[in-house]
Design a protein around this ligand. Structure first.
Ligand SMILES: C[S@@+](CC[C@H](N)C(=O)[O-])C[C@H]1O[C@@H](n2cnc3c(N)ncnc32)[C@H](O)[C@@H]1O
Length: 390
């Protein structure tokens, strides 16, 4: 693990959940460039009453908010917010490891910062929709003139970033680049200048779904989800417990509810805005259903066991593409099924999930396939399933 040397000290940062043989670093040059710039311009945290209150947005693993905590007279001067549960959990775990305060003030996402910030520093989110929504939020909630700093790695920055800043903040410019990272600066306009299109409305089955900014399949139903909808379990027993794992807008769990109105569905996602979308949609179309909503890393933290787990797995973790999250969710599913229960999962044909699933389940059956996707039924977790590396 490479220590993160920043202007006010040093942090040992790890990604979360912790993995054996992790190869990915938990901070990057965009974090460092942003902190160096604040330090150079004297805009770090001062002392006592004059310490600027800082709102940190979209911190990835805690590099920004924990470095500022090391600089600050009081951890209370920093609030950190973002849409990702796993990013917040990473920051908390890293705070503990570095002897810092894990009870950073996480506000999900931007609902109610406890204090009006004097400055905002943010990582540019992967989703342009989320970026727009956050910029608009800042325009409507910050007093005029509050400095806003954005940072990202060149390869991840959207080309329309400055025009979007101009649109929502009325100003904004690119600063110099440094080691493949870039900074942008703006000032809060003190009022909302432009509307966003979020939440979006997406038609699926007979529903018009609410999809909040940045949630998967923003404009239309995902083609994988569409195929999966044709191959969901139809006759579950009364009161069957179902999990919609990685629920996004909730469409898969809602289809299970439509076919099995007496099922009890738990909608799970690590994105707060995804879970809010699912909550909105379920309460509109299934107000009487017994549904639960779980914000977390998959099924972690749930005591409950399930008769059926439905999964259209993610194929990336932020900017990192790979199947490590899917494998973790498969492991969790194997551990969370009742005897005789099933995981029903859809995957892109080229990802080769069959082998990965066969190490975790004694029975893996192809239920349907087309040129792009395969739907599997997985039963009988293998005894070693819970010990497999994620
Ligand atoms: C491919 S999308 C599927 C969304 C929806 N089920 C559908 O079919 O349209 C995967 C979802 O998994 C969620 N996700 C990613 N990592 C997760 C994790 N560690 N725990 C729970 N959900 C996660 C993403 O936020 C996203 O909503």
């Amino acid at each position: 693990m490479t220590p993160f040397h920043h202007p006010w000290g040093e942090l040992c940062l790890q990604r979360w959940p912790r993995r054996r043989n992790e190869t990915l670093q938990a901070w990057d040059n965009a974090d460092l460039y942003l902190l160096n710039t604040l330090a150079e311009r004297g805009q770090a945290l001062g002392n006592g009453d004059n310490a600027p209150k800082t709102l940190v947005l979209n911190d990835q693993q805690g590099a920004l908010c924990l470095a500022l905590q090391q600089a600050a007279a009081s951890a209370l001067d920093i609030e950190s917010s973002g849409d990702s549960y796993t990013a917040a959990a990473a920051a908390r775990a890293n705070a503990v490891d570095n002897g810092l305060d894990p009870d950073l003030l996480f506000c999900w996402p931007l609902d109610a910062p406890k204090q009006s910030p004097d400055q905002v520093i943010m990582r540019v989110p992967k989703s342009i929709a989320l970026l727009q929504w956050q910029l608009q939020w800042l325009s409507g909630h910050l007093p005029k003139g509050v400095p806003i700093w954005l940072a990202g790695m060149d390869k991840h920055l959207p080309r329309q970033l400055v025009p979007l800043m101009q649109r929502y903040l009325g100003n904004g410019r690119a600063e110099y680049g440094w080691k493949k990272a870039r900074l942008f600066s703006a000032q809060a306009p003190g009022r909302v200048l432009a509307d966003t299109d979020y939440p979006c409305r997406v038609d699926a089955l007979q529903w018009r779904l609410t999809v909040h900014a940045g949630v998967f399949a923003q404009q239309q139903l995902d083609i994988g989800a569409r195929f999966f909808l044709d191959h969901l379990p139809e006759a579950l027993h009364t009161g069957a417990k179902v999990a919609d794992l990685g629920c996004g807008n909730g469409v898969i769990g809602m289809a299970a509810l439509k076919a099995n109105p007496a099922a009890r569905v738990t909608f799970c996602d690590e994105s707060w805005l995804a879970l809010e979308s699912a909550r909105d949609n379920v309460s509109r179309y299934f107000p009487d259903a017994e549904s639960h909503f779980h914000l977390g890393d998959g099924l972690a933290g749930l005591e409950q066991r399930f008769d059926c787990i439905l999964l259209n797995p993610p194929f990336h973790d932020g900017h990192v593409v790979g199947d490590h999250v899917a494998r973790r969710l498969f492991n969790q599913a194997a551990a969370a099924l009742v005897p005789g229960g099933e995981l029903r999962v859809i995957g892109n044909r080229h990802l080769g999930y069959h082998k990965v699933l066969a190490r975790r389940f004694t029975s893996v059956t192809v239920l349907a396939s087309n040129a792009k996707f395969v739907v599997w039924r997985c039963q009988g977790p293998t005894p070693s399933a819970s010990n497999l590396l994620d």
